[in-house]
Design a protein around this ligand. Structure first.
Ligand code: BG6
Length: 478
């Protein structure tokens, strides 16, 4: 498939990871325990991700994949050399809050944690790779969960601001692209995994979650303000788990429901990008008797500190219906829940595969916000087999990416301003939704299985050279 110079000069091709899914070394060099360190593999995981957890300690009988992950903490130089070999222009990573402030509110930051990211950024710069940094990719220090139930408390706003200022000051010469909360809308779906929130017996779920959302939105705006003041030449964005909802039929009830489902997610970005609560959110609060406590200054803080770009992940589109019969075939694989769409296929994990939906989503986001978009996650989670000669022929991954990049090119031709693309997990990492290693996204294979066995050695897959060529031709050869 050949294109005609669709991608702009300087397009930020690269890959994306999150601290807890790669680093390991979960208590090394002073790091504190986080919510994501309490997510085991197996059947218990889902309930805990949803906020049903009583004991905020690892259980010796369970296996916690984040504790060692792929040991990026000790291997990052070798891994970055491989990314550089692929020609990465950018690399998205997150800083672990608990490496910097192990308890979330320590008087002074942990120097060893700060130094780790300093060295990491130097390594990226050495290879001319632009770091793109997520300030919070799901993780919250457990100490803040024990004392405040995480983002349910206003306390977190100031603590997050202090954490953000600390890292802006430290890395101001090394990092020019920032993002506040990864997939901020995940809070509504997997509150413990996404934001460290424990849902206590009898709690009013919506009240707790929308109060927490307000705190995150104010914290995000304060981080935007601090970033603009401390690093005037930086750009700071938000990050949405995107993928639009289609109505199952043209029945206006289905169409309206699809709009409402989209708005559950847009709500966050509407505030972060337009600077105010949308009318439909106010109505939702009223209709559901929610009383969201806001401080008098919040309105202005949100108004004055909107994001510079819209970061988003796109894996799947979703489909919804008002017909109870249709709703019976909803898939469980997708975090957001979706009824089966007969026009598109699914991954082995039940995630809808819909390249055209990527183009639609990008257009939809650009129409709505008119700000540059940054695609900071996209990819296919699949099982890989090693051939007898040691090679890995991941044509299915190449096929998925090819089709999605082609649609991204179409979106750019539609006039959508997209500044970069970092595919998810350029090296195999721990899956967020299942904790598995066998759900692989990488161009680089990591020898580790679901139970934590393996040498952790790295090996290039067929997609490695394919992506290298995509970058070398600036997307002209897919
Ligand atoms: C996004 C997250 O939801 O999807 C990542 O930001 C996650 O952390 C990615 O890994 C893919 O999901 P999974 O469950 O396949 O790892």
């Amino acid at each position: 498939m050949t294109n005609n110079k669709r991608f702009p000069e300087g397009f930020l091709w690269g890959g994306a990871i999150a601290a807890n899914q790669v680093e390991g070394a979960y208590l090394e060099d002073g790091k504190g325990l986080t919510n994501v360190d309490l997510l085991p593999t197996g059947e218990k995981r889902r309930g805990i991700m949803e906020g049903h957890i009583t004991d905020l300690k690892p259980n010796p009988e369970d296996f916690y994949p984040s504790h060692e992950a792929i040991d990026f903490y000790h291997n990052y130089k070798e891994d970055i050399a491989l990314f550089a070999e692929m020609g990465f222009k950018s690399f998205r990573l997150s800083i672990s809050w608990a490496r910097i402030f192990p308890n979330g509110d320590d008087a002074a930051p942990n120097e060893a944690g700060l130094q780790f990211y300093d060295d990491l950024f130097d390594e990226l710069r050495k290879h001319n790779i632009e770091p793109v940094v997520t300030i919070a990719h799901f993780d919250v220090p457990v100490s803040l969960i024990e004392r405040y139930n995480s983002w349910e408390s206003r306390k977190l706003v100031d603590l997050f601001e202090k954490y953000s200022i600390t890292i802006f000051e430290r890395y101001k010469d090394k990092v020019k692209y920032w993002m506040t909360f990864n997939e901020i809308n995940m809070l509504l779906h997997l509150p413990f995994m996404g934001a460290g929130i424990v849902l206590k017996e009898g709690a009013n779920r919506d009240q707790v979650l929308y109060q927490a959302a307000h705190h995150q939105l104010v914290a995000s705006a304060k981080a935007v303000k601090a970033c603009h003041e401390i690093i005037p030449d930086a750009q700071i964005g938000c990050m949405l788990a995107a993928g639009m909802f289609y109505p199952y039929t043209s029945n206006p009830d289905d169409v309206f429901k699809a709009m409402e489902k989209d708005r559950e997610s847009f709500f966050f970005i509407d505030v972060q990008s337009r600077g105010e609560y949308p009318g439909y959110a106010k109505r939702f609060f009223k209709d559901h008797n929610l009383n969201i406590k806001m401080e008098p200054e919040d309105e202005q803080i949100l108004k004055d500190n909107t994001v510079d770009y819209i970061g988003f992940s796109y894996y799947s589109s979703r489909t919804t219906s008002t017909d109870p019969e249709v709703l019976k075939n909803a898939t469980s694989g997708n975090v957001f829940g979706s009824v089966s769409n007969p026009y598109v296929s699914k991954s082995e994990w039940g995630w809808t595969i819909d390249p055209k939906g990527f183009r639609i989503t990008a257009n939809q986001l650009y129409d709505r916000y008119q700000k540059p978009l940054f695609v900071v996650e996209n990819g296919l989670g699949a099982k890989d087999e090693i051939n007898a000669d040691g090679t890995i022929t991941d044509d299915y991954r190449i096929d998925y990416l090819k089709k999605h990049l082609n649609e991204m090119g179409e979106a750019i031709e539609d006039g959508v301003d997209i500044i970069g693309y970092t595919s998810w997990g350029p090296i195999d990492i721990v899956s967020a939704s299942t904790g598995e290693m066998k759900k692989r996204y990488g161009y680089i294979y990591v020898d580790r299985d679901n139970e934590g066995n393996g040498t952790l050695s790295r090996k290039k897959k067929k997609s490695f050279d394919w992506y290298k060529n995509v970058i070398a031709t600036n997307g002209e050869e897919l």
